[in-house]
Design a protein around this ligand. Structure first.
Ligand code: HEM
Length: 397
């Protein structure tokens, strides 16, 4: 299927997606650091992790490191004995929460995640997840890296991060988010070393080193920034303390992923401004993203052979991301689901939030509520305990 979709899209003239880059004018005064960001993050990667992980790969240390790190799962756990000294030193520093961490906000974020878990599950899966398939650099990096050969596994690993950051003790000693973020930082460093050795990636990507700080911010915006935009558009009641707390958990997450504080927005206003500059202009279809989106839309095939779930997930993607992206992803129009979502989603949320009396059409209400539960489960159940491992190779061609 992958080959077929790539072939089919290869015929399309995709106008050099990924090359659309705006001039960097966002100011570090709007960041959590409050200063800096004068260098376009397009040219910044991870100067601590990258040389270290490249050396681990070249020294042949990665299989042993992965085996040891499989046992490191909780934030409060000491690092396993036997890690190479340079890696241990790096990880001890990388696992520290930033000085600006506000534990009160993290506690509120945990509470927010519990209260809003259903919406968040659906939005991470269908807004953020589907959007990642039209972020060309990300889609290509994922497709041509090792995980690209098993997209379902790859999706579940990414879902683990969404699950961990939203869990009750995410950043507490018995939580897992710090571990997941630090491991992901190592994985990204490995990918920066490995992908340039993939002839297929080099040909498709048209860049020398993947996963710049700018790319990471693009992906970050597909997560909290997009999610908050949708919750706001849906008129979900949102006290400032909730949105601040949710943002804060993602700011700390960004820091732990190795994003420099000078690029991390201090508020959603700043995040929206940065997203306008770095995310909106790069969205475009690619052959690789099409394959990835098809896998996402078929996630429900285990439940119903995708007979019902695929059209519903497709319609929901169109509803969330708009006609243009739906067309890029070759999602067909759904004569029943499209108009139903357009007409009834707003009232449904209002009823759910207690802003409207019980609806005229209770059936539609239950239908949507059931959809929320199933879809959230679908995406989050992909996040079974899974070990994030440093790759040593690219996708086999
Ligand atoms: C791996 C999350 C940004 C490309 C991962 C993993 C997670 C993750 C959880 C581990 C899963 C695995 O091992 O398969 C994130 C988050 C990001 C981000 C939260 C930003 C906030 C990016 C960007 C790119 C990228 C910008 C590319 C442009 C990759 C690739 C892998 C990976 C290629 C490894 C796949 C493999 O070979 O297994 N990411 N990522 N990521 N990420 Fe990211």
């Amino acid at each position: 299927m992958a080959g077929g979709a790539l072939g089919a899209l290869g015929a399309l003239s995709v106008a050099a997606p990924g090359r659309a880059q705006s001039v960097w004018t966002w100011s570090g005064s709007g960041s959590v650091a409050g200063t800096g960001a004068t260098t376009d993050p397009r040219w910044v990667w991870d100067e601590e992790a990258d040389p270290l992980v490249a050396s681990l790969i070249d020294r042949g240390d990665v299989p042993a490191v992965n085996a040891l790190l499989r046992t490191w799962t909780k934030n409060g756990q000491p690092l396993p004995d036997g890690l190479p000294a340079d890696l241990r030193t790096f990880m001890e520093s990388a696992r520290q929460l930033p000085s600006w961490t506000d534990r009160g906000k993290l506690a509120r974020a945990a509470d927010f995640n519990t209260r809003r878990g259903l919406y968040l599950g659906v939005l991470y899966g269908l807004a953020s997840g589907m959007m990642s398939t039209v972020i060309p650099k990300e889609a290509r990096a994922v497709y041509y890296s090792k995980g690209g050969a098993d997209m379902k596994d790859r999706i579940s690993k990414t879902a683990k991060l969404g699950y961990d950051i939203g869990s009750l003790h995410a950043f507490e000693p018995d939580g897992e988010m710090i571990v997941t973020a630090v491991k992901t930082r190592l994985v990204h460093a490995a990918v920066r070393h490995l992908l340039p050795q993939s002839p297929a990636w080099v040909q498709a990507a048209d860049e020398e080193i993947p996963i710049s700080q700018r790319d990471m911010m693009v992906t970050w915006h597909s997560l909290p920034t997009t999610v908050m935009q949708k919750l706001t558009a849906w008129k979900v009641p949102m006290p400032a303390a909730d949105s601040d707390a949710f943002l804060h958990s993602w700011q700390v997450g960004a820091h732990l992923l190795g994003i420099r504080d000078e690029y991390i927005p201090a508020s959603f206003t700043e995040a929206n401004a940065q997203a306008k500059q770095v995310l909106d202009p790069v969205l475009a279809p690619t052959a690789e993203g099409l394959v990835l989106s098809d896998i996402l839309l078929n996630l429900g095939s285990g439940i119903d052979g995708a007979i019902l779930t695929k059209p519903i997930l497709g319609a929901f993607t169109r509803f969330l991301l708009g006609d243009k992206i739906a067309q890029w992803l070759q999602i067909p129009r759904e004569p029943i689901w499209d108009p139903l979502l357009q007409a009834a989603w707003g009232p449904f949320i209002a009823v759910r939030e207690g802003l409207l009396p019980f609806p005229l059409a209770p059936q539609a209400y239950w239908l949507f509520d059931e959809f929320l539960r199933k879809a959230a489960l679908l995406f989050l159940s992909e996040a079974k305990p899974i070990s994030i491992e440093i790759p040593v190779a690219n996708r086999p061609s």
